[in-house]
Ligand binder design. Structure first.
Ligand SMILES: Nc1nc2c(c(=O)[nH]1)N(C=O)[C@@H](CNc1ccc(C(=O)N[C@@H](CCC(=O)O)C(=O)O)cc1)CN2
Ligand SMILES: Nc1nc2c(ncn2[C@@H]2O[C@H](COP(=O)(O)OP(=O)(O)OP(=O)(O)O)[C@@H](O)[C@H]2O)c(=O)[nH]1
Length: 487
């Protein structure tokens, strides 16, 4: 069915109602919302008091009905057609940003979209900054900070699990947990303030009757639960940085290829093949691993190899998890153990939480002596709290176990109903928990009501940062500034 398009001439005769009143004083912003490049449809979004008026002037239409698509032509000032497409109108406050929103859904492609955007600017809109639409939605209480961040995280997700948990956070589930905690805290504060204001009312000492302590402890438990959820969410969002390090020829590149499921790194039997660090991101069991393959560590006179080894050392210090790969058939001198090798390679023995030992080329272990020696070193490793996985990059044996061990080591559980979270949220939750610990001590050790109240106030402020209830402008600038343009 063909829709009727108003002719431009007709529209010129009926000047669009000029709605220039703008109580908020904010500019009307516009940006291309769809990815730049070739595409079937391209969307330009406008938000602000003049959006409606601009759409009328652009199309020659005199009215748009909220939430109805209207088929229109988009005209230049001289009456030539830029494009044709659909106009969607959302009347504030019932829109994404809470302001009047217009969407121009034209054809995709750089030229057409840029021409249409330029025309919209000519009609008075300003280019939207990064995250400006979302910021306005936040400012108008359409979204809280957690939800705004979840939009960016959904767009940037590197795994399906991260994307779906971002969408769950966007729906408000994470915010709800934080808001429940906030309510609990406020309730607690009221109790404490009352106890301070009315000491010994009716012969009851509120501070020491145990009620406040119970409530406080319940809140502390709840914070720990939310913290555990948030840690999973942060792992889901950011993944972990895993560095593969070891002697030349140990099989680091072969392991990277195994984990990546493709021949990403060059593998040869020449020691010192990997010169530079090489990055690859893979998603295994729902966890995003940012893998770095490094040059084999050894003393060398080769200038290029030395630079590679320096880079390897830098990567090693930045790793969340270090996989020390060694060749079981060769890398251990008689009587030396994997832990001694680690000490040699890294200067000191890395923390057990950050080191996973990979005994590679297990297919080459044949005689009983080899196997006995390996069993011995395994004992030392477990006794000292370290972990070793035997693999063969050649046959693939042990790779599944390696992945499972790695996930368990970083505390990652295959996600189910998880919610995306950021380091920022975890920091705020930890600070909240810290203030509650202070409050607990002041209550139970010192019965210092005023100090309990102050710690609880601080706890509330820290917690409120998460949803943006209390947030400094520079923090907001940082968060929204990292969004893409048009978001
Ligand atoms: N075309 C288009 N698709 C899109 C978006 C968009 O802005 N435009 N979105 C952008 O992120 C996402 C959807 N999010 C949206 C969230 C709220 C509203 C909105 O207009 N809400 C109003 C009115 C709701 C209604 O009319 O039922 C409101 O909450 O009051 C629109 C999109 C993804 N898809
Ligand atoms: N038999 C056997 N050979 C392996 C295994 N893993 C790797 N190799 C071989 O060992 C040699 C070195 O492998 P690489 O993956 O290049 O080793 P690397 O640690 O990256 O070496 P550099 O780049 O020198 O640091 C190659 O010939 C591989 O085919 C294994 O599990 N079993």
């Amino acid at each position: 069915m063909r829709m009727i398009v108003d002719s431009f001439e007709l529209a010129q005769a009926v000047p669009a109602t000029s709605n220039t009143s703008n109580p908020s004083g904010l500019a009307t912003i516009a940006a291309i919302a769809t990815p730049l490049g070739r595409g079937g449809v391209g969307v330009i979004r406008l938000s602000g008091a003049r959006a409606y008026d601009i759409a009328c002037q652009l199309t020659g239409k005199t009215a748009f009905i909220p939430r109805m698509a209207s088929f229109c032509r988009f005209y230049q000032a001289d009456g030539t057609i830029v494009d044709e497409g659909l106009v969607l109108y959302f009347k504030g406050p019932h829109s994404f940003t809470g302001e009047d929103v217009i969407e121009l859904q034209g054809h995709g492609g750089m030229i057409l979209q840029n021409q249409l955007l330029a025309r919209v600017f000519e009609l008075g809109a300003k280019q939207a900054g990064a995250g400006e639409f979302s910021y306005r939605a936040f400012d108008n209480d359409k979204l809280d900070l957690v939800q705004a961040e979840a939009i960016a995280d959904a767009i940037d997700a590197t795994s399906a699990a991260a994307a779906s948990s971002a969408i769950r956070s966007l729906s408000g589930e994470f915010s709800q947990k934080i808001n429940q905690l906030l309510e609990q805290l406020i309730h607690l504060r009221l109790h404490v303030e009352a106890a301070i204001d009315f000491p010994d009312e009716e012969d009851v000492d509120f501070l020491s009757d145990g009620v406040i302590q119970d409530k406080l402890e319940q809140t502390q438990d709840k914070i720990q639960q939310v913290l555990a959820t948030a840690k999973q969410g942060q792992l889901l969002r950011d993944g972990i940085h895993v560095v593969l390090a070891g002697r030349p020829n140990a099989g680091k590149s072969s392991l990277l290829n195994r984990l990546a499921g493709q021949e990403r790194a060059i593998v040869t039997n020449v020691a010192g093949t990997t010169r530079d660090t090489l990055q690859e991101t893979v998603v295994l069991n729902g966890l995003t691993l940012h893998l770095t393959d490094t040059a084999g560590l050894r003393d060398t006179d080769d200038t290029v190899e030395r630079i590679g080894i320096e880079r390897a050392r830098t990567a090693i210090t930045q790793a969340d998890m270090l996989l020390m790969v060694y060749d079981v058939s060769r890398d251990l001198a008689e009587d030396s153990t994997p832990l001694q090798l680690a000490e040699q390679l890294f200067g000191k023995l890395p923390d057990a939480k950050k080191l996973l030992i990979i005994a590679n080329k297990s297919d080459l272990l044949t005689d009983a002596h080899d196997k006995a020696q390996k069993a011995n070193s395994q004992n030392e490793i477990t006794q000292r709290g370290y972990e070793q996985v035997n693999v063969s990059c050649e046959t693939g044996a042990g790779i599944e176990t390696l992945i499972e061990t790695l996930c368990a080591k970083v505390g990652f559980h295959p996600p189910e109903n998880s919610l995306i979270a950021r380091t920022r949220h975890i920091d705020a939750l930890r600070r909240t928990a810290g203030h509650l610990t202070e409050a607990h001590e002041q209550l139970t050790v010192f019965q210092a009501g005023e100090l309990v109240a102050e710690s609880l106030r601080q706890a509330q402020l820290s917690l409120g940062e998460i949803t943006g209830e209390f947030s400094a402008d520079d923090l907001l600038g940082k968060i929204f500034g990292s969004f893409c343009i048009g978001k």
